[in-house]
Design a protein around this ligand. Structure first.
Ligand SMILES: [Zn+2]
Length: 363
């Protein structure tokens, strides 16, 4: 009998060294009471990975430790070993080559070694695309995001946009949702608090500790293409989840490592965004990490984001380091082409970009 440490599934070891799924553990049954599509996905991924683990690969894991890189998966907590995947910067032309490990249990990718905060800050050029909010595409994307949030907000607590950049999105959202108070956070060396939109928006720059010192209770916390930039997402999400009111919502958007787009584009997949993306979650890995952070009922859904697919398409002709400018005719053609291909991405059931949501239940 074997117990999967992450998903609490009971498995039996067969003579040929593979595993067969038996059922959920009693604690999992008592805790969850009923199972949804995400749980079934967990099991399918787990069984798939276990059945691929032949006796030979299990023996290989016992080779001397100094020959194998081993690290704990930031999503599911499983020990991960093996060769790293080296990925160049196809978007901003940095010479740094990021190295990723892929979790054998949940398929989440993460950098090994994980860059320090100081190293990460050097990976963002001054013209980094999410630091500017000009352009029609950004405006449309903000409108879509506001519509999504307006369906989610609960009556109590503030709305926190973690990783809000210059706060432009929140100012736009405050105009559309005037009855709500917005807080935004962006990591910075110096602590600074700014009031925007006639008091409707509070923008905090500094460390997570600076934010938590003054942040009121939240009804909704959103992370739009942020969670994949964090070197330790579990600790950040745990701290933020603690600030959610009972019934509060935690949501966001991020690339998915188990996507069709990654299978097609390989190391040129835009979801790597190397070396700036630190942890690229699979759908099951993200749900597992959200539950480990104290949140409940996590789920994911494919998202429409042609800019991500446009970067993948723009990376195809490049070998090694490159630069893709998000403006001009070439960028427009790439986005138009990506928009035309987007239905294939969504219908594949393995979307390149996912929206995620989880809830803080009353204790
Ligand atoms: Zn994992």
């Amino acid at each position: 009998m074997h117990m999967c440490p992450s998903f609490e599934a009971l498995c039996c070891l067969r003579d040929d060294g593979s595993y067969i799924f038996l059922g959920f553990s009693l604690s999992a049954v008592l805790k969850k009471k009923r199972f949804n599509a995400v749980d079934v996905g967990h099991i399918l991924i787990f069984v798939h990975k276990m059945t691929r683990m032949s006796p030979n690969t299990q023996t290989a894991a016992k080779t001397p430790r100094d020959q194998i890189i081993q690290s704990s998966c930031p999503a599911c907590g499983a020990m991960v070993g093996g060769e790293t995947i080296e990925v160049h910067d196809h978007e901003y032309g940095l010479s740094h080559i990021a190295k990723y490990l892929e979790c054998g249990v949940c398929s989440t990718l993460f950098q090994e070694p994980m860059p320090t905060l100081a190293e990460l800050s050097a990976f963002y050029p001054s013209d980094y695309h999410s630091m500017t909010h000009a352009g029609l595409l950004n405006k449309i994307r903000n409108d879509v995001r506001i519509r999504r949030l307006s369906k989610l907000v609960i009556d109590e607590g503030v709305i926190l946009d973690y990783g809000c950049g210059d706060g432009a999105f929140m100012v736009q959202a405050a105009q559309r949702l005037p009855q709500r108070h917005f807080w935004g956070f962006e990591i910075a060396d110096r602590t600074e608090t700014t009031i925007l939109a006639e008091g409707k928006v509070t923008l905090v720059k500094g460390s997570l500790r600076d934010l938590l010192a003054i942040l009121p209770s939240c009804g909704l916390i959103t992370l739009n293409h942020v969670i994949e930039h964090l070197p330790d997402p579990l600790s950040v999400v745990t701290a933020l989840a603690d600030r959610l009111l009972p019934g509060g919502i935690f949501e966001g958007q991020t690339p998915a490592s188990d996507s069709l787009e990654r299978s097609v584009f390989g190391r040129k997949w835009s979801g790597y965004h190397a070396p700036r993306h630190t942890v690229i979650f699979s759908r099951a890995g993200l749900c597992c990490m959200l539950e480990r952070s104290g949140l409940s009922m996590p789920s994911v859904l494919g998202a429409f984001n042609p800019a991500a697919l446009a970067v993948s398409l723009g990376s195809v002709p490049r070998n090694g380091v490159g630069r893709i400018r998000r403006s001009g005719l070439k960028w427009f053609v790439l986005v138009a082409l990506a928009g035309g291909l987007a239905p294939i991405d969504l219908w594949s059931r393995r979307p390149g970009i996912i929206n995620f949501i989880a809830f803080k239940l009353p204790s």
